[in-house]
Design a protein around this ligand. Structure first.
Ligand code: UDP
Length: 445
């Protein structure tokens, strides 16, 4: 009765899921819809601790429910976390919705928007008679692959555990890049637990979409129409970028180090190599050293995001006197305001792990990529960048699996002088801009 309509949004508790769903929530809220954003207690505490003091959350309500784990439990143990989430979170979500819907303070929840990785939330909504919509923080091809799992099993390409039985390149359509069988989203040759876990998540997509009116995706149709057409109910809503007035509110788990923006201001146009591996990827100490030495030897400024947990099993150790030798030519931060960095005119290229959010952000800003995928969909995202859109080059590991300093130096130099890649990157930026402008126009009609 005159109140704003009310939507509940629930992400999977990981940085690359919370951020895009938070951006989506901001867009929904800008249209006068009340949004209740549901985190786990653990994640909400991280977001609040990382928020700048002047942040304004008036657009949406942050609420949290337990994930069933103790504070000291290791949430990087995906299997244990999944088991706990499935056991306790559906009940807590149901109670939360009941409480909101019985309250006289706000409109009842009219729709649940749930990450495809928490498909159970749509099950809860369905049982309560509330319409549900899935949202994927990955690209359309990734959803298409997940929906195709039953057929891959039937055709003998993989067994019922997702293990490849052939070594063919798997194509879902002529225009969509194929998957090498060791580059499926769930392929993880050195870690059978992670393989099993990701395969379970991917396999659940078929059921999740049955409970959903749409599957919203952080992409735009012109970018990948053939993959979009493979997914019934696909609705592209990307590129999801932070709104101007919500610049700080993207749901960071670590405080952004904004000092790098004033450092970027001092660098020449198109000169800086931006290096970031997102929130999960890890390097060996040997690989970290190789990258550090390469960045030191390339005669270009660099901005490098080095999370405290970037190196496997220990905190990252820079080569001796690295910081001293590099001086002001290099800037190292623990967490960057990535969208603002990519939009800065001094940034020349993005050495990236090719997470889908980073892929869409770099693409929207017209930045050429140097691809260094780590796991999950990142290998296939690299195929898009290097083979389909041609807005980047790939870094190729040597026979020992190491990306050498020589490979990094050579590819950076090649990329920075490759006019064709730069032109493609700018073309994609323009496509993204047009698509956003069209979407905004349509939303006012
Ligand atoms: N990001 C950021 N600051 C950083 C590094 C990453 O804000 O220093 C953001 C980035 O903009 C993106 C998200 O973290 O939105 C990472 O998502 P992505 O899908 O690229 O990778 P993931 O972390 O899921 O592997």
């Amino acid at each position: 009765m005159g109140r704003e309509p009310h939507v509940l949004v629930i992400p999977y508790p990981a940085q690359g899921h919370v951020m895009p769903l938070m951006k989506l929530s901001m867009k929904i809220a800008e249209h006068g819809v009340k949004v209740t954003f549901v985190n786990t207690h653990f994640i909400e505490a991280k977001i609040i601790a990382s928020m700048p003091e002047k942040a304004d959350w008036s657009h949406l309500s942050l609420v949290s429910i337990p994930d069933g784990l103790e504070l000291e439990d290791d949430r990087k143990d995906g299997t244990k976390t999944r088991e706990s989430i499935l056991r306790v979170m559906p009940g807590h979500l149901k109670n939360l919705i009941e409480k909101i819907n019985q309250s006289s303070d706000c409109e009842q929840i009219r729709c649940v928007v749930a990450d495809t990785s928490v498909g159970w939330a749509l099950e809860v909504a369905k049982k309560m008679g509330i319409p549900g919509t899935a949202v994927t923080p990955a690209g359309p091809a990734n959803v298409a692959l997940s929906l195709h799992i039953p057929k891959l099993i039937e055709d003998g390409v993989i067994d019922s555990n997702g293990t490849p039985l052939s070594d063919e390149l798997i194509s879902l359509s002529k225009e969509t890049p194929g998957w090498k069988v060791n580059e499926f989203t769930w392929s993880c040759p050195n870690d059978s637990k992670v393989h099993k876990l990701i395969f379970e998540y991917a396999s659940a997509t078929v059921q999740t979409l049955r409970n959903s009116n749409w599957v919203l995706c952080n992409s735009f149709y012109e970018l990948d129409s053939s993959a979009c057409d493979l997914v019934p109910k696909m609705l592209t809503i990307g590129p999801l970028l932070a709104s101007n007035h919500s610049g700080h509110l993207a749901g960071n788990f670590w405080p952004e180090d904004s000092a790098c923006l004033s450092w970027l201001d001092k660098q020449a146009k198109d000169s800086v190599i931006y290096v970031s591996f997102g929130s999960i990827a890890k390097l060996s100490q040997q690989q970290f050293d190789e990258l550090a030495v390469a960045l030191e030897s390339i005669d270009q400024p660099f901005l490098w995001v080095v999370r405290k947990d970037l190196v496997k099993l220990s905190i990252p150790e820079f080569p001796e006197r690295f910081t001293e030798r590099v001086g002001d030519r290099g800037k190292v931060v623990e967490w960057a305001p990535q969208e603002k960095v990519l939009a800065h005119s001094s940034v020349a290229c993005f050495l990236s792990h090719c997470g889908w959010n980073s892929t869409m952000e770099g693409l929207s800003m017209g930045i050429p990529f140097l691809c260094w995928p780590y796991f999950a969909d990142q290998f296939h995202n690299r195929s898009y960048i290097c083979d389909t859109w041609k807005n980047g080059l790939e870094l190729i590991p040597d026979i020992n699996g190491i990306i050498t300093r020589h490979e990094i130096e050579t590819k950076v130099k090649t990329l920075l002088t490759d006019d064709a890649v730069k032109a493609n990157a700018l073309k994609l930026k323009e496509m993204a801009r047009k698509s956003l402008a069209q979407a905004i126009q349509q939303s006012f009609h």
